[in-house]
Design a protein around this ligand. Structure first.
Ligand code: ZN
Length: 67
């Protein structure tokens, strides 16, 4: 499951430019016999709009950046 989010400007770890990054939320669910049981964790992917580099953030990292 993915939720597109507005994104925000950030410094890219690859190209080093301060530029808009797309932000996408992903929920990772534990499944038991193919039945979703509960959401085990969430992660966030940010994509650089300049070079296309994708970085994955944990919820803690995201919160620390106030994304
Ligand atoms: Zn970049």
């Amino acid at each position: 499951m993915q939720h597109p989010l507005p994104g925000r400007p950030a410094t890219c770890q690859r190209c080093g430019r301060f530029i808009h990054h797309g932000l996408e939320e992903r929920a990772v669910r534990l499944t038991l016999f193919f039945i979703p049981v509960f959401t085990t964790s969430r992660s966030y992917r940010i994509t650089c709009s300049n070079c296309g580099a994708v970085n994955t953030l944990t919820r803690r990292q995201k919160n620390s950046l106030s994304l």
